[in-house]
Design a protein around this ligand. Structure first.
Ligand SMILES: *[C@@H]1O[C@H](CO)[C@@H](O)[C@H](O)[C@H]1NC(C)=O
Ligand SMILES: *[C@@H]1O[C@H](CO)[C@@H](O)[C@H](O)[C@H]1NC(C)=O
Ligand SMILES: *[C@@H]1O[C@H](CO)[C@@H](O)[C@H](O)[C@H]1NC(C)=O
Ligand SMILES: *[C@@H]1O[C@H](CO)[C@@H](O)[C@H](O)[C@H]1NC(C)=O
Ligand SMILES: *[C@@H]1O[C@H](CO)[C@@H](O)[C@H](O)[C@H]1NC(C)=O
Ligand SMILES: [Zn+2]
Length: 949
């Protein structure tokens, strides 16, 4: 699946624009979901977080005994929801059904243990293969293991097939198992849709089943639903009959049996949606959405790329898509970006619907990458499944990595193969050095509870998984990598695999191509250990060494990786390769440079690590950037900046070195280096934007961004965008940062465009890519009138994104009284919907003027806030948002007080966020104390040079 996070992280890049400052894109560390670590009591001392692999408490064994193996299920599911008209209070929010599972006994037992949770279950009987009943003594629900245990009078015999029939009733949940969503057709008529989301362990909340990924079976599904509604499941419809039940009209829709698959991939949807259809011969693609979205053409883009993406994967995997249909459906307010259910992919509606006139470049790429990600899963996850959840990275890493390759084929001008570095990898490197997180592969024994499973779905399995596979693909070459993938998929289709299996198949591909790379030996150092190394090269002595890289602490262990290193020397297009397998330092001629020669390692950031050099080499690299930056590949320019800032935070190099890597950007207009620079400068800004350092920082940003702004000025003034995909991002940055750092012509442009809109609200002259920036700048520069106009437009807006941008931009005003009033609105559900409450308060907190107001508001209104449903008010996002830039001891004290007062009324995730906030604030204080002087002096010097020249 695609995480909700997966969306928010990317969307955040555009949406986080609230104050002038916050127009800067958000620092990756903050956008990423924190990966769960052991909960430590907050302490003023730097905390060492123990790896998550240390078991905490004895928990019930969450594994099924494994003595019974399912072969097939026959499922009837009746869902009485009306999709139209009758209103939520008149709806029956239950479902019911029966299921017969056929299973093989592989170990004699007189007890059947099967998953079930939140269901009321009746055991109708157990039969053997001849139809003879096996008497049931009794059964009971075990809540700690999510199972029912059925005691039998006879022992089940090894090698025999049995049938268990159950009847069950369940209720709709908020967002998993079976759930319901309401929406308004054409903005007026109430409509409902029923959908399911099983991953990872919620199939057991819909019907009793052997709910483990390795317990694959064939599922034959029948859905009984209201006449006038449409039922979908994984497979194509086989049969449909109309039937009157208790005087009401129903449809009984039967689907073909599935292929052999895991329970977490089962899906059911009942709706009155419409679809767009294309027949590709072997399979039919249908893309479903609410009727008005189909009529408006909002699914056209997603529909148009899906076939080509499937084509790509069939080719890449060497295996045809095995079903004869695939449905994509847009469901409102799904909690994740998408879910790859075999043959019936469910997407979050806001991500999935696209209109060229109303959506941004970023949205289009996000949508395409979610579609590619879910389609990749049809092979990686659906066809070949990880044996157990500890290796969920196998499917998520592959789908994330390969989605970029698929997009490169579907949208060749986007250059997505390069974009993966800034969109997935650099932020991951940052997060993975913030603390000691869990490694990619955990031991099976590390997963002790269902919440351990759900906690795994962080950026580690997605982004680090992708980064490590990208490294391997580069090491082996794309063609050998592809052969390995094909042989792995062929060997394990309709089965499950471990990462060792993957290495074996890559090894086979390497051997077949005459190579000598020991795949497993190299890869397990990356999958089984936490974090990653920094490689340090001394170009004078030729010494090279590695060390676990952590921003805030020394690693306690001498972790060693097998590090593939591609390097180049100045003046030579020759790429040299080395595999560093020891801690070092070791000396090799390869790493030695002549007096006027520089060395650059980890070309194109294909390796998942950072690189540090001796000061002279850094100087030569800076010199090269200044004189002719094109000699350094574009990805590597961004990488140099990102590495330098991280190394500075870990105190491996001076902060001024990092700042100096940004100076050459006066000349560069490429997206990747700008993205790396602005992401890193954002941290500097957010730490200093309330101090005297900010003046010179802002002046420096103006100076840096000026030429980039000019580069795009005519495009901006014409309300158009550049042709190239990545230039569209750079353009966006140019305007965002120019306005954020108060470049006069940017502000003028924003005000004049906004005024034109105000004079004629029927025609908005602002290009969608720039709307948020322009709204925000104009509202920040304006007063009550501008605000009131935007508020009116917000209330009238029908397009979700438009509403979203206006809501965030409204937080940009500098007027304290308006901000306070807006904070009050955020709790008033007539004005701002409760799902948007947190992001509205956080938007105010992004505004440097709004920061203290938002924090005071949260503290004084905590009792109101904490009483709201945790489904809509995410306490962790709120706490993270309002404390993000805390960096003074005064703020730390206030946080402690909040901690004392509210520890008992915080949710679990709220507590965790507060602990994180305390730690983060301490780190920020330390960083500010250590760097303030140097940073201030550096920026002053840079800016005074500007005025001198
Ligand atoms: C399951 O329910 C369906 C529909 O109500 C019914 O036709 C079928 O006989 C039931 N199966 C069993 C085994 O009870
Ligand atoms: C299991 O949980 C349900 C609902 O949460 C509760 O009604 C039931 O009593 C529990 N059963 C046991 C055996 O604890
Ligand atoms: C919504 O609009 C569509 C297209 O304009 C129309 O066909 C449909 O009947 C409308 N639905 C309602 C409930 O008004
Ligand atoms: C790490 O290596 C250093 C130097 O070889 C050694 O002194 C130290 O004991 C090692 N630490 C661990 C935890 O093995
Ligand atoms: C680095 O990436 C660029 C594309 O940005 C590519 O043209 C170049 O060949 C790559 N270099 C190496 C050594 O892989
Ligand atoms: Zn996924």
């Amino acid at each position: 699946m695609s995480q909700g996070v997966y969306i928010s992280k990317r969307v955040a890049v555009v949406t986080v624009t609230v104050t002038a400052l916050a127009l800067l894109s958000v620092i990756a560390m903050v956008i990423y979901h924190r990966v769960r670590t052991e909960e430590c009591p907050p302490s003023l001392l730097p905390t060492v977080v123990t790896p998550a692999s240390v078991p905490t408490k004895p928990l019930a064994n969450i594994w099924l005994p494994g003595n019974l193996v399912p072969e097939s299920y026959r499922i009837y599911l009746q869902t009485p929801l009306h999709t139209r008209d009758i209103g939520v209070h008149n709806q029956n929010l239950n479902f019911s059904g029966n299921s017969t599972v056929k299973f093989l006994c592989v170990e004699a037992t007189d007890r059947i243990v099967i998953h079930s949770r939140d269901l009321s279950v009746t055991v109708k009987g157990v039969r053997d293969g001849h139809g003879r009943a096996v008497p049931v003594k009794g059964f009971q629900q075990q809540n700690d293991t999510d199972t029912i245990q059925i005691e039998l009078s006879d022992t089940l015999r090894v090698g025999r097939m049995y049938y268990l029939t159950t009847e069950f009733e369940g209720v709709y949940h908020n967002s998993s198992g079976m759930f319901m969503r309401g929406y308004k057709e054409n903005g007026t008529e109430e409509r409902y849709v029923v959908a399911s989301h099983m991953e990872p362990t919620d199939a057991r909340r819909v019907f009793p089943c052997f709910d483990e990924p390795a317990m694959k079976a064939v599922f034959t599904v029948t859905i009984i639903h209201r006449k006038g509604t449409i039922a979908l499941s994984n497979m194509a419809q086989k049969d449909q009959v109309e039937k009157e039940i208790d005087g009401e009209a129903w449809l009984i829709t039967e689907f073909y049996p599935t292929v052999k698959m895991s329970t977490y991939l089962i899906a059911f949807v009942v709706s009155n949606f419409e679809y767009k259809e294309t027949n590709y011969g072997r399979y039919t693609l249908k893309t479903w959405a609410r009727p008005e979205a189909i009529a408006g053409g909002f699914v056209n883009y997603a529909h148009s790329i899906a076939g080509d993406i499937i084509d790509f994967f069939e080719d890449y995997c060497g295996i045809e898509y095995p079903l004869n249909k695939i449905d994509q459906i847009a469901v409102p307010k799904l909690k994740v970006g998408g879910m790859e259910n075999w043959g019936l992919i469910v997407y979050e509606e806001e991500t999935f619907l696209y209109d060229a006139r109303l959506s941004t470049t970023l949205h289009k790429e996000l949508l395409a990458s979610v579609v590619a990600h879910e389609l990749a899963h049809q092979w990686f996850g659906n066809l070949v499944t990880m044996s157990w959840w500890n290796e969920v990275w196998l499917k998520e890493g592959f789908s994330t990595f390969l989605s970029y390759l698929a997009l490169d084929k579907v949208e060749p001008t986007w250059n997505t193969k390069d974009l993966i570095v800034v969109h997935e990898i650099q932020g991951m490197l940052h997060l993975d050095s913030e603390d000691v997180f869990h490694p990619l592969s955990l031991g099976e024994e590390d997963i002790q509870s269902v919440s351990d499973i759900t906690d795994l779905y962080g950026s580690i399995v997605y982004n680090k998984g992708a980064a490590v596979l990208r490294m391997l693909a580069d090491l082996l070459s794309m063609s050998v990598f592809e052969k390995g993938v094909q042989s792995y998929l062929k060997a394990f289709q309709y089965k499950t695999a471990y990462s060792e299996d993957l290495w074996i198949h890559f090894q086979k591909a390497v051997n077949d191509s005459g190579g000598h790379i020991a795949v497993a030996e190299i890869m397990t150092t990356w999958t089984d250990q936490s974090g990653y190394p920094v490689v340090t090269i001394n170009t004078k002595s030729g010494e090279v060494s590695q060390k676990h890289f952590l921003l805030h602490q020394e690693s306690e262990y001498n972790l060693t990786w097998q590090v593939p290193i591609k390097l180049m020397k100045s003046g030579s297009g020759d790429i040299k390769f080395d595999l560093l397998t020891v801690l070092g330092p070791v000396s090799k001629p390869l790493y030695r440079a002549d007096a006027n020669e520089w060395i650059l390692a980890n070309i194109n950031q294909t390796g998942y690590y950072r690189v540090n050099y001796d000061p002279e080499n850094w100087e030569k690299l800076l010199q090269q950037l200044e004189t002719d930056y094109r000699k350094i590949p574009v990805i590597t320019r961004g990488q140099l900046i990102d590495d330098a800032f991280s190394l500075a935070r870990a105190k491996h190099v001076n902060i001024t070195l990092a700042l100096r890597t940004t100076k050459y950007l006066l000349n560069d207009t490429e997206y990747i280096p700008w993205s790396s620079a602005l992401t890193n400068l954002q941290y500097v800004v957010s730490m200093f934007d309330r101090s005297e350092v900010y003046g010179p920082v802002k002046a420096y940003l103006r100076k840096l961004i000026g030429p980039l702004y000019d580069h795009f000025e005519s495009v901006t003034m014409n309300s158009t965008i550049p042709d190239s995909h990545s230039a569209q991002y750079t353009h966006n940055y140019a305007v965002k940062f120019a306005c954020a750092s108060d470049l006069p012509k940017c502000r003028k442009m924003a005000i004049s465009l906004f005024d034109r809109w105000r004079k004629d609200p029927t025609t908005n002259p602002i290009h969608t890519n720039l709307k948020l920036t322009v709204y925000c700048s104009a509202i920040a520069a304006g007063g009550e009138e501008e605000w009131d106009f935007a508020w009116e437009m917000f209330q009238k807006a029908r397009v979700m994104l438009e509403k979203h941008w206006l809501r965030l931009a409204l937080a940009c005003t500098k007027d304290v009284w308006i901000l306070n009033r807006y904070l009050e609105y955020s709790l008033d559900t007539d004005k701002i919907s409760s799902e948007d409450c947190v992001s509205t308060i956080n938007a105010v907190a992004k505004n440097v003027v709004g920061q203290p107001l938002a924090w005071n508001f949260v503290r004084s209104r905590w009792s109101d806030i904490s009483q709201k449903s945790q489904e809509t008010i995410s306490q962790d996002e709120l706490i993270e948002g309002v404390t993000e830039r805390f960096s003074t001891t005064f703020e730390l004290e206030q946080l402690w007080m909040f901690h004392e007062e509210h520890l008992n009324d915080l949710s679990v995730s709220g507590k965790r966020a507060l602990t994180d906030a305390l730690e983060r604030t301490q780190k920020n204080i330390k960083w500010v104390t250590e760097n303030k002087r140097t940073v201030l002096e550096w920026f002053r010097r840079e800016v005074s040079q500007e005025s001198n020249s």
